[in-house]
Design a protein around this ligand. Structure first.
Ligand SMILES: O=P(O)(O)OC[C@H]1O[C@H](OP(=O)(O)OP(=O)(O)O)[C@H](O)[C@@H]1O
Length: 415
């Protein structure tokens, strides 16, 4: 009905069933999951293992190209991590707590449960902080990780405003009572974030807050206004009311019983701006956590990192031929030619070798699927190890040009 004519090749599909017991005669080779590969390189190759089924490779294109989504989320999440690492190191002298600095707030902002699972799990490659439960389940079921991410109890607007406008203090107090021995986050902008910090937290409930400690800290959550301006104002007020100490590198840190989480208006640009402003005012990144939703899981597309799948090699009657496209109207849409492999060159950079010219023993692509069988399974632990930040990515003075470019590219959304 779709094509208004018979297009579906039932006979060939029946042959897959008869000749291969329904298992696809396909080989997929791929970069180990979590490995950092500069854009423009081959990430996986697909070939048919039985010449009768040459057509299968492109049949599965659409489904396999969907890989762009977790790849892109994991890449963006890792860009966040680089920014956070740089500022945390500079303003605290170390990287303690880095894995918890960016909380996934994106569950509600994605298109489906499946996207939440894929994107949520991709973020967990870089961080251990999430409210996207679907991502945790995916890491559990498919990546051998019993609990990949953590969260803390948190008030949300409904649990504050249902006390009525005149009883915000009572609402806050109730949350403190309910969660007296664990960290708790309290959204505090229902009416006036500055009043809440100055008069409710910083005066009426000050003693209650000061009774708490690092393991039961209050995390105040602003959730509106210009994120950088609001946050600077909030931290100033809290500093005046609760005091602060100086850490080993001379930056201001609020008492251990008090922290802030900014979860509104967060993306790669705003996080950098906020952290820069905080450090300009002498505040350590230790004071703050971030929550990010859409910019992490939804405001991205296949062109963010230009992911595509192209036919590069054919064999006809045993004779091989490199094939490619090279549109006159856009050289950037030219495709790679011939059999491809990924190798590390003598300068230490990853590069794609085209036209079958690479040596198989140098190939970094691993056979992950062959003739219906999964050949290679990765655990989240292995993936996290592959994706961990390198020294030069944390230390700004060693920041290399390639990383700068990737970072700018994602921030500006240039393709
Ligand atoms: O990164 P984002 O996609 O913006 O997601 C984060 C926002 O989502 C939540 O707000 P809520 O769903 O209540 O929406 P609102 O902030 O627009 O009121 C949360 O309080 C953040 O403000």
């Amino acid at each position: 009905m779709h094509f208004k004519q018979a297009v579906f090749d039932e006979e060939s599909w029946r042959k897959v069933l008869e000749k291969h017991d329904g298992r696809l005669p396909i080989r997929i080779k791929a970069v180990p999951e979590g490995r950092i590969v500069p854009r423009g390189n081959v990430l996986f190759t697909v070939e048919n293992t039985d010449p009768d089924f040459y057509w299968l490779t492109n049949y599965i294109e659409t489904m396999l190209v969907q890989m762009w989504y977790p790849i892109t989320v994991a890449t963006i999440s890792r860009e966040f991590k680089k920014i956070l690492a740089k500022h945390l190191k500079a303003t605290s002298g170390g990287l303690e707590g880095l894995d918890l600095k960016l909380h996934d707030f994106g569950y509600r902002g994605v298109s489906s449960q499946e996207s939440a699972a894929l994107g949520g799990a991709a973020h967990l490659v870089n961080f251990c902080s999430t409210d996207t439960v679907a991502g945790l389940l995916m890491a559990q079921r498919y990546y051998g990780c019993p609990m990949a991410g953590f969260s803390i109890p948190a008030a949300e607007h409904s649990t504050i405003i249902s006390w009525g406008r005149s009883r915000e203090k009572e609402a806050f107090e109730r949350v403190l009572d309910q969660f007296s021995s664990v960290p708790v986050s309290v959204v505090s902008d229902s009416y006036d974030i500055f009043n809440a910090c100055k008069h409710i937290w910083g005066d009426e409930l000050k003693e209650r807050v000061m009774e708490r400690n690092q393991d039961s800290c209050l995390v105040i959550r602003p959730d509106s206004g210009d994120p950088a301006e609001t946050l600077i104002e909030v931290i100033k007020i809290l500093g005046e009311r609760f005091g602060f100490s100086l850490n080993s590198v001379g930056y201001k840190v609020l008492p251990a019983c008090l922290r802030i989480i900014q979860g509104d208006g967060i993306d790669l640009s705003s996080v950098e701006e906020i952290l820069q402003k905080l450090s300009d005012e002498g505040w350590s990144a230790e004071n703050i956590f971030f929550g990010c939703g859409s910019a992490l899981l939804q405001k991205l597309n296949r062109d963010t990192l230009s992911c595509a799948f192209k036919c590069s090699y054919v064999e006809t009657n045993g004779k091989g031929m490199d094939v490619y496209k090279q549109p006159v109207t856009d050289p950037s849409k030219g495709s790679k030619r011939g059999r491809l492999l990924l190798r590390r060159n003598s300068d230490g950079f990853l590069e794609t070798i085209e036209r079958g010219a690479g040596k198989p023993e140098e190939d970094l692509l691993v056979t992950v699927f062959e003739n219906g069988s999964l050949m290679q399974d990765y655990t989240l632990e292995e993936i996290r190890k592959n994706a961990r930040l390198r020294d030069e990515e944390v230390n700004p003075t060693l920041h290399n040009h390639e990383q700068e470019l990737l970072h700018k590219h994602i921030i500006n959304g240039v393709h």
